[in-house]
Design a protein around this ligand. Structure first.
Ligand SMILES: [Zn+2]
Length: 257
């Protein structure tokens, strides 16, 4: 059975000593494609070199809302340069809005988010969007700035079913992390509201490790536990979830199946 992990941060220190083994374990677990995402120009460059090192890894480059520097225009220029130079770039990400860590005000996040969305559109790449505790603000922003069609994914989704419907209407897919395997997870109705043809699998490694490995460092091979939960929620066989989500990811990121 094949799986895809559409959200990882393999450049993080957590993998400094054993990335080769992490990728090997992923391959043994049937993972055919992994997307690894940068959060600023330097880490985006790192993700690209990881993608060049491992055949199954693809890179996304972008500026995360909590990693906006005091030279945002220069950062955007560097992200653009990476896209122009590099192959194996499958998306612009991780980008978005974040109201959880209150260090960078929304007024500074909006222009970077918009620049990243425009860059993705110009380069014909999908977007990987982070949204933490900012769904009303995100929806208002997208409406006011007239983003009526988007190709991409709302990752680590934490909004309401109504929010999910809004994003799917724009053309976005939705992905859930290992959080849906936690005993205290309360929003299974939100998960159920997203039809399988809009779902992607992601671990968000090294964070949010699913049960039964909760508490340990997360790795792509854990994506199976999330797939099992999604199959259960949608009353599907695991094989069906595996096939559908691989197909969804291939059509979004346009890598060879
Ligand atoms: Zn992330």
């Amino acid at each position: 059975m094949n799986f895809t992990d559409t959200h990882t941060h393999l450049h993080f220190d957590q993998y400094r000593d054993d990335l080769d083994e992490v990728i090997k374990r992923a391959g043994q677990a049937g993972i055919k494609k992994i997307l690894t995402l940068g959060t600023d120009p330097a880490s985006s460059r790192d993700t690209l070199s990881i993608a060049h090192r491992f055949e199954i890894v693809y890179a996304a480059v972008g500026i995360h809302p909590t990693d906006i520097s005091d030279k945002p225009n220069e950062d955007t220029r560097r992200i653009r340069e990476l896209i122009d130079q590099g192959n194996k770039i499958a998306a612009v990400g991780e980008i978005g809005l974040d109201l959880h860590w209150k260090e960078i005000p929304l007024e500074k996040q909006f222009p970077i988010f918009e620049q990243m969305l425009m860059l993705a559109a110009e380069k014909n790449l999908p977007v990987v969007i982070h949204n933490r505790e900012a769904h009303p603000e995100m929806r208002r922003f997208l409406r006011e700035r007239d983003f009526t069609r988007l190709r991409g994914v709302m990752h680590s989704f934490s909004g309401t079913a109504n929010d999910a419907a809004f994003y799917m209407e724009l053309g976005l897919m939705i992905s859930f992390t290992g959080v849906i395997t936690f005993k205290n997870f309360k929003d299974m109705d939100v998960v159920r509201s997203v039809p399988p043809d809009k779902l992607l699998l992601e671990t968000d490694s090294p964070f949010l490790t699913p049960v039964p490995n909760r508490g340990k460092r997360n790795e792509p091979f854990n994506v199976r536990h999330i797939a099992v939960k999604l199959a259960e929620v949608h009353s599907l066989q695991l094989e069906e979830i595996s096939e559908i989500t691989c197909r969804n990811a291939a059509s979004l990121f346009r890598w060879n199946d």
